[in-house]
Unconditional design. Structure first.
Ligand code: GLA
Length: 347
């Protein structure tokens, strides 16, 4: 169902913000009709959209390297898909800033898409209720798949649009057209634990149609047994992880995360050296669990660690990098945060 028409009091300029995401567990399951458990993080992309008198789309970003215009395809795609929903999107000046590392596995692309869509909703006076947020998430997924050529599965956009403070989202893709989303309270800091994201520094390119991501999708569709073994077991791990979280059985959750990494490394074969080195160093230094997060081939890990061991774990990872002469990785302690929001809309 298309969204209802926007209210008749549109603005001239609006600002939208959408977060990046970490997937706690459940990787490469979304496009396989399975389960995942992402949460929105407190790193975000902000888009300012200003109504133009003509029908042009003029885009600027402070983060994109000079000459790199690939990111603009996401914005063009989002505007086209919102128009397909029946939104009356005018010509726009679009300004983007971001604290989500670009191409770093925290879904900078979904944050960009959802920030632009949210800003446009603010501009048009379009209320963002739960149903509209899902529609926007799906429009953004289509923008990425059809306009950019990255055949992603939908987890990232749902996390960016529906994220809730202090919660992960259990997403069940059994019905691809109507994924079921259940918020799961994730009270790690109450129990003295932290969620540490480590950026390996290796960039991946999902938009590469011949890349590993698209290839894995094809292998699953063709019934490759080892790939599908990962998917079946990963779905079981997500269910077990939700039980562990409900019971606040954190060591059990940690073990499931580490097992997920092993399966992504050995059965799904989407890990790389630096991801494995971070995971091994973190576990070696006493983390409860650690795994790559996102599509793989680079990007970030997520580590569950007692707050009082954070420094030791970070140091161990840095030392493992130094021993190999690799440039130092980045670390961020993240909190499960809220989804996209309109920050301001001015008439
Ligand atoms: C990327 C995609 C998601 C999902 C993950 C792997 O982040 O955008 O849809 O498939 O990889 O779990």
């Amino acid at each position: 169902m298309p969204s209802p028409s926007p209210s008749p009091s549109p603005s001239t300029v609006a600002v939208g913000r959408a977060p990046g995401r970490v997937n706690l567990i459940g990787e490469h399951t979304d496009y396989n009709g399975g389960l995942c458990l992402p949460f929105a993080v407190d790193l975000a992309t902000t888009a300012t959209v200003r109504r133009r008198d003509d029908d042009r789309l003029v885009m600027r970003s402070r983060e994109a390297p000079a000459g790199d215009e690939q990111w603009t395809a996401y914005v063009v795609g989002v505007v086209a898909e919102l128009r397909r929903l029946g939104w009356d999107v005018p010509g726009l000046d679009v300004d983007v800033t971001s604290t989500v590392p670009l191409g770093g596995g925290l879904s900078s692309s979904a944050a960009l898409e959802c920030a632009v869509a949210t800003a446009v909703a603010g501009l048009l006076g379009q209320a963002l209720d739960g149903a509209t947020r899902r529609e926007v998430a799906e429009a953004c997924r289509r923008a990425e798949t059809e306009h950019v050529g990255a055949p992603t599965g939908g987890m990232d956009q749902l996390a960016a649009m529906l994220g809730a403070d202090g919660h992960a989202l259990l997403v069940d893709f059994a019905d691809r057209d109507r994924p079921q989303v259940t918020p799961v309270p994730l009270p790690v800091s109450r129990d003295g634990l932290a969620l540490l994201v480590t950026d390996t520094g290796v960039r991946h390119v999902l938009a590469d149609g011949d890349g590993g991501y698209a290839q894995r999708r094809r292998e699953c569709a063709a019934g490759h047994p080892r790939r599908l073994r990962h998917v079946t077991r990963e779905n079981e791990r997500v269910r077990a992880a939700v039980e562990a979280i409900d019971a606040r059985a954190w060591p059990r959750l940690g073990d499931l995360m580490t097992a997920s990494h092993g399966s992504l490394r050995d059965d799904y074969e989407v890990s790389v050296d630096r991801l494995d080195v971070v995971v091994d160093a973190a576990i070696g230094a006493g983390a409860l669990g650690s795994r790559m997060t996102g599509g793989g081939f680079g990007g970030c890990t997520i580590t569950l660690v007692a707050e009082k061991r954070l420094g030791v774990v970070r140091d161990a990872v840095d030392a493992a990098y130094r021993a190999r002469d690799w440039a130092a990785p980045g670390h961020h302690v993240v909190q499960p945060g809220r989804g996209a929001e309109v920050l301001s809309a001015v008439e």
